[in-house]
Design a protein around this ligand. Structure first.
Ligand SMILES: Cc1cc2nc3c(=O)[nH]c(=O)nc-3n(C[C@H](O)[C@H](O)[C@H](O)COP(=O)(O)OP(=O)(O)OC[C@H]3O[C@@H](n4cnc5c(N)ncnc54)[C@H](O)[C@@H]3O)c2cc1C
Ligand code: FES
Ligand code: FES
Length: 1236
């Protein structure tokens, strides 16, 4: 139950478990973290596997890792927690490597598990505290002699030193044969026998995570190589030889040990390079052999290992008869029924250098845009003359390109230290490298530039201090040299109010870290349960001609297919509720986008349902080119009818006209996939009189309504229950209605329980994402930069429907913290052939604030003034009226917060240092940016039902509220408030699941306001009960809680209370949350890679109900924003409209090394909120709106890079500012690649 499944491709890590695998260096079996999703059951033969349940539980006690993660508040939704725990458990229990027990090593080890909630800081802190910070001593490392080749006494070949004692296995499966040979002869016999069959060797099976075709189910013969102990060998005399069963982790270990023990420094280079391949759990299972075989089978694959082996001039051993081919010839070598047995390479001579590079979209765990290897024999005394034909190899160019042979020839005999040679080599390289074009990849021009850039970096690295000091800054790789990160949090609490304001651990944390927390996917199968899978459209704009389900129905275990034709008469094919615009559950004819649901396949298992969904054939007519690009849609005026009137305040036209200064510009930002680790899920169970529903919804009422609409069942027989969600971030507000409606219909039609768990790719393809926007603006302002008037046209890419319209919050938040009397904001809803855009954390506010912050940057640039000064000049002051919402800006502390931040973050000194740094370095640049926020909290329209009961016999309390625990800690806050009001220990309070009985007619969880609202509801319930208790209490001498409760029952006092929280604020916003962020970013100007050096946040959380939980929200929201602004890019196929970035291979949310190196979060002290609930303020969304500070800091660094070539003009920086986009904005050109 603890181990989870999400991506099924090794890219998210929620499935990590520990296993014992054979390890060559220590010659024994050791513990490793691996991705269970990639691990076929049969390879586990003889393995010992430990899951999170195996290391500790709430009853018998938690393991130290579990305790630490819970205590550091490293869990929010908790879906990733079992994976995090097991990753650390494997790290700590692998006894071979004291070398690894450093904080740096811990951070390195957490490159494979996505946490969308926490922002990683708390997780990393929880893990780092478990190791000492001391680094290893030389004696820990071992002796190179230990690694030298050992000849097997039995076979006379290189061997691990122990004879195989595993047993060979042969299994006849339904569609395939499974072998596990243990000797050379057995393997040869199998290969001979099966020569005409489709053979697949299996080691890590991680190749399946990248290429679905490699799924073992597609092969006739599967050969598990783990029993072949002789293929784990390592030898160093006279050449180094590495067996084919060595994993990437073991190779790294060997390279590290050899380099440390023998001054073979190039091996360190190899170790560092390999450490940037994939992630730890993948590397623990994946072999180098599997990697180069991927390159052999899929020549487009930008294999890092292949590039390394070519640079090393390795030979590949094929079979057991001494056949050896060069790694380059290997690509065209017929590998049918052939086995790789080793690679070898000649140890480098002292005059040889080898350098390896990889440029990727985020700091860890990403495939290369381009990788490169350079190996040269150099005469360092002769200006680095290249003595021999060098090796220059690139990956990621095109399927045929391996070596830059013309450049190699050009270099032979020339001096690398000679600027003319560099120039000449770059020119040859430029001609011979021709990257292919593929819409999912980085552009050919960028990839081409990277080849030049990496060569330039190599030259600078080799010539070292012979290069000009400013140019030496090119050589350092930011993610490799990144220091151990640190975090600091400050807040105040009111001890007198404890447990209110106490930084308590989340109530569910222990259940989450032990894997005992139950999510919907963990609910045991109901008797007779069916499993459902959607089949979706593959084109983006067409009519359905026919649906052929015969192929699917022929698959044993398939029960039926459900389409729109199966919806009962009189029922509606829509999951939209309270909206006149239907959104179809199943497409009824006109396909609006690729990925649109056409039907469901129901089967006896999930696996059968998934494969049957692929077997449904849909044909289309009237196929049109879909519109997936926002700019193109604007140009074609593909607009929905007007959704809202322009927001007008004052007279913007006149104000702009009368302004001494104006700027005009345009800025865009993309979509964002929610990336909740728990995909959309619903289980619908027919009952004697209706249906029970477990769904991962943020809005119970909506699910009930949607199922009622499509089945015709009355709402009062549909019982929806939600215990917790594995993340949501707005993606499960309306979109789960859809999944639950489809699932409910299937259960209704079959009268059997149906489980619909969306597989990750369908979830990504089918469900809409954050709204992309473009804003075109004209702004008038004074000579000092004070705003006079703004005219903004905002285009919102709604996709296929406008139901989840995010325009209203944008219109009321776009002013952010700035006062201006004159506005005209015209919203235009753009129609594209993409899934309907939907709410995503801070909808409307995030883009609105980015737009006005961009304008602030534009103004300051046009005036050549400090952007923070311009911002400060325009900040709202206490008592001013917000012209957009007409309410008074009350309790306004924004100016003070910004000033505090400037002081506490030492901004002035740091700006000075940044300037010095930028002057001293040509190829590394830093920038700093401050972004303030004012975030309005809406109360009107909110409705939450809350029930509270006190059990008389022991005085314990149970609560059910209609908010949803999505990881934000609502249950913990609710319990704290209850304990505070009643004056009882929090341990006496239990928060139950949310359900459609208590939560009837309640609104969604969202808008940052649900925790506060439910807490206020609890206050009412407690007050009701306390009032009823008061007369009884008055009669008791020395009343205690228990005495009162007992007596109340005697006197028949009702100890159950209900509240309906439906506040009506008099203003548009009840109150404002304020905050400010200072972000500092460092760029590698040449590649566009970035590192967030430091972030300081001050956030006004009022009197935080739980500072530990609230800091988690600040950090989590901010880091989700970092992903949005810096790495998460959605790309669509312009021909079909299909989402191309629909996998963890291509879509890149932040990981642990993408967060700030130094992350300081301060909750504003002494700031009780007179207008909020119990003096607190909301926190879930506002901090995300300050994350654009990272993009602006990067922009300032880019400005510094552009200054180098005299480019001082303003330029817009759209989001996401990916590595490629940043590099292009730096205007790098090979003519700038100088040595001096
Ligand atoms: C999340 C993730 C991230 C990744 N990131 C990167 C990255 O950044 N850079 C990169 O280069 N790669 C990356 N990869 C690819 C990864 O390195 C490969 O999947 C892995 O090395 C394959 O090794 P394996 O042992 O799992 O092979 P398997 O998946 O078991 O097999 C792969 C192929 O190799 C063949 N094969 C295996 N052993 C032999 C043998 N002895 N002789 C002949 N054929 C054999 C199999 O038949 C199969 O066709 C990533 C993979 C994942 C899942
Ligand atoms: S489910 Fe295994 S890595 Fe995502
Ligand atoms: S707590 Fe990590 S994904 Fe939610």
């Amino acid at each position: 139950m603890g181990t989870k499944l999400m991506c099924g491709e090794g890219g998210c890590g929620v499935c990590v478990v520990q296993t014992m695998l054979y390890e060559t260096v220590m010659e024994k079996e050791l513990n490793y973290a691996i991705n269970s999703c990639l691990c076929p059951l049969l390879i586990c033969d003889g393995w010992e596997i430990t899951t999170v349940e195996g290391i500790g539980c709430q009853k018998t006690g938690l393991d130290q890792i579990q305790t630490s993660l819970a205590e550091y508040n490293g869990t929010q939704c908790g879906y990733c927690s079992p994976g995090q725990v097991m990753n650390m458990y494997s790290f700590l229990t692998n006894p071979s490597y004291p070398i690894k027990m450093t904080q740096q090593a811990v951070e390195n080890a957490f490159d494979g598990i996505i946490c969308r909630c926490t922002g990683y800081r708390s997780i990393l802190d929880a893990m780092k505290v478990l190791v000492t910070s001391s680094s290893c001593s030389k004696s820990d490392i071992g002796d190179i002699e230990d690694l030298k080749g050992k000849l097997c006494k039995r076979t006379g070949k290189i061997c691990t030193g122990q004879c195989s004692d595993s047993t060979s296995v042969r299994l006849v499966l339904r569609d395939a044969q499974w072998y596990k040979p243990t000797t050379e002869q057995e393997l040869i016999d199998i290969l001979k026998k099966c020569i005409d069959k489709k053979i697949r060797f299996i080691m890590g099976n991680t190749g399946t995570g990248v290429f679905k075709d490699l799924n073992p189910a597609n092969y006739d013969v599967l050969i598990d190589m783990h029993g072949m102990k002789e293929l784990y060998g390592v030898s160093f005399d006279p050449t180094s030889v590495f067996g084919s069963n060595l994993t990437l982790s073991v190779l790294i270990e060997i390279f590290e040990r050899v380099s440390a023990a023998s001054e073979t420094s190039y091996m360190k280079e190899l170790a560092i390079y390999l450490s940037r391949v994939a992630n730890v759990p993948v590397r623990n299972a994946a072999t180098w052999t599997g990697n180069i075989m991927l390159k052999h089978q899929f020549p487009d694959f930008p294999s890092d290992v292949f590039t390394m082996l070519v640079a090393m001039q390795s030979e590949i051993g094929i079979g057991f008869q001494g056949e050896e081919i060069s790694v380059e010839n290997f690509l065209s070598y017929d590998m049918t029924a052939k086995v790789i047995t080793y690679f070898s390479h000649k140890i480098l001579d002292p005059d040889e250098v080898i350098k390896l590079y990889k440029v990727m979209p985020r700091a860890q765990n990403a495939h290369a845009y381009v990788n490169a290897g350079f190996r040269m024999r150099l005469d360092s005394k002769n200006n680095f003359m290249v003595k021999d034909t060098p090796v220059i190899v690139y990956g990621g160019i095109n399927k045929n390109f391996v070596r830059a042979t013309k450049t190699e020839r050009f270099l032979k005999g020339n001096q690398l230290g000679d600027p003319k040679v560099l120039k000449g080599a770059l020119s040859v390289l430029q001609q011979e490298v021709v990257p292919d074009s593929n819409p999912v990849l980085a552009s050919p021009s960028y990839r081409k530039q990277l080849t030049l850039i990496l060569f330039y970096k190599f030259v600078l690295q080799v010539i070292g201090d012979k290069a000009g000091v400013r140019f030496q800054s090119a050589t350092d790789c930011l993610s490799v040299s990144r220091p151990v990160s640190s975090g600091k949090q400050t807040y105040d609490t009111q001890k007198i109010e404890y447990p209110l304001t106490e930084p308590l651990q989340k109530l569910e944390a222990n259940a989450q870290v032990t894997g005992e927390a139950v999510y919907i996917d963990d609910i045991p199968a109901y008797p007779n349960q069916l499993y459902a899978a959607f089949f979706v459209s593959t084109v983006g704009n067409a009519k359905i001609q026919g649906i052929d389900t015969s192929g699917a129905m022929e698959i044993p275990g398939v029960v039926r297919v459900v389409t729109h034709n199966d919806i009962p008469d009189g029922c509606a094919n829509t999951f939209s509720i309270y909206s006149p615009i239907p959104e179809e559950v199943f497409c009824s004819g006109q396909v609006l986008y690729a990925g649109q649901a056409i039907g469901l396949v129901l089967a006896e298992s999930q696996k059968i349902a998934d494969s049957a969904a692929q077997a449904v054939k849909v044909t289309y007519t009237d196929v049109q080119t879909p519109l997936v690009d926002l700019d193109e849609a604007i140009q074609k005026q593909s607009f929905y009818p007007k959704l809202s009137d322009p927001k007008v305040a004052g007279d913007a036209d006149a104000a702009i006209k009368d302004s001494p200064k104006t700027v005009t510009g345009s800025i865009s930002m993309g979509g964002q996939y929610h990336m909740h680790m728990e995909t959309q899920i619903s289980i619908c169970v027919p009952t004697e009189d209706g249906m029970d529903v477990h769904s991962s919804t943020q809005w119970i009422d909506g699910v009930q309504t949607a199922i009622s609409q499509i089945t015709g069942l009355q709402r009062n027989v549909i019982n929806v229950e939600v215990k917790r969600l594995g993340g949501s971030y707005g993606g499960k507000i309306t979109r789960n209605h859809w999944i639950s409606a489809a699932c409910g219909l299937a259960a209704f039609l079959t009268n059997r329980p149906v489980k619909l768990k969306m597989d990750f790719h369908t979830n990504m393809n089918m469900i809409g994402k954050r709204y992309p926007y473009r804003a075109d603006y004209t702004v008038g302002f004074t000579d000092d930069g004070e705003l006079n008037g703004l005219k903004i046209v905002v285009y919102a890419d709604c996709g296929a429907s406008v139901n989840d319209n995010a325009i209203p919050p944008l219109l009321s938040m776009i002013d952010n913290a700035y006062d201006c009397a004159n506005w005209t904001i015209t919203p235009i809803a753009v129609k594209t052939n993409k899934p309907a855009s939907t709410t995503c954390r801070s909808p409307g506010s995030l883009p609105g604030i980015f737009i006005i912050e961009t304008i602030m940057e534009h103004i300051s640039k046009s005036l050549n003034k400090d952007p923070t000064d311009i911002r400060v000049k325009n900040l709202y002051q206490q008592g001013q009226i917000n012209p957009l919402t007409k309410n008074i800006i009350t309790y306004c502390n924004i100016s003070q917060i910004v000033q505090n931040l400037r002081d506490s973050a030492d901004v002035q000194t740091r700006l000075q240092k940044i300037q010095e740094f930028n002057q001293a370095n040509r190829w590394k640049k830093k920038g700093l940016s401050i972004v303030p926020i004012k975030f309005g909290i809406l109360w009107n329209g909110i409705t939450y039902g809350i029930n509270l009961c006190v059990y008389a016999s022991d005085g314990t309390v149970a609560i059910s509220h209609s908010g949803i625990e999505v990881g934000q800690g609502i249950n913990t806050k609710v319990a704290q408030v209850c304990a505070y009001e009643f004056g009882i220990p929090i341990s006496m309070i239990k928060v139950k699941s949310s359900n459609s009985f208590v939560g009837a007619n309640s609104i969604t969880t969202g808008g940052s306001i649900t925790s506060e609202s439910c807490c206020q509801g609890i206050v009412y319930c407690c007050q009701v009960i306390l009032q009823r208790m008061a007369p009884v209490k008055a009669k008791i001498k020395d009343p205690t809680w228990l005495k009162i409760v007992h007596e109340c029952v005697e006197e028949e006092v009702d100890l159950v209370a209900r509240s309906w929280y439906a506040p009506v604020g008099k203003d548009h916003f009840q109150y404002y949350s304020y905050g400010a962020t200072c972000a500092e970013v460092e760029l590698d100007v040449l590649t566009g890679e970035h590192q967030i050096s430091r972030v300081d946040i001050i956030y006004d959380c009022g009197e935080s109900m739980n500072p530990a939980v609230d800091i988690g929200q600040v950090e989590g929201a901010f880091v989700m924003g970092i992903g949005y602004w810096m790495t998460e890019e959605l790309k669509y196929d312009p021909q079909t409209g299909q989402l191309l970035t629909n996998s963890t291979w291509e879509y890149k949310p932040p990981l642990g090394k993408d967060i700030p190196v130094d992350f300081r979060v301060n909750l504003l002290k002494n700031a009780p909120n007179p207008l909020g609930v119990l003096r607190s303020k909301a926190v879930g969304e506002p901090p995300m709106c300050m994350s654009c500070s990272v993009l602006f800091a990067a922009k300032h660094a880019i400005e510094s890079a552009r200054q180098e070539i005299g480019q001082l003009d303003y330029f817009p920086l759209d989001g996401p500012a990916t590595t490629e986009y940043i590099q292009k904005a730096c205007l790098v050109d090979p003519s700038q690649f100088l040595i001096q």
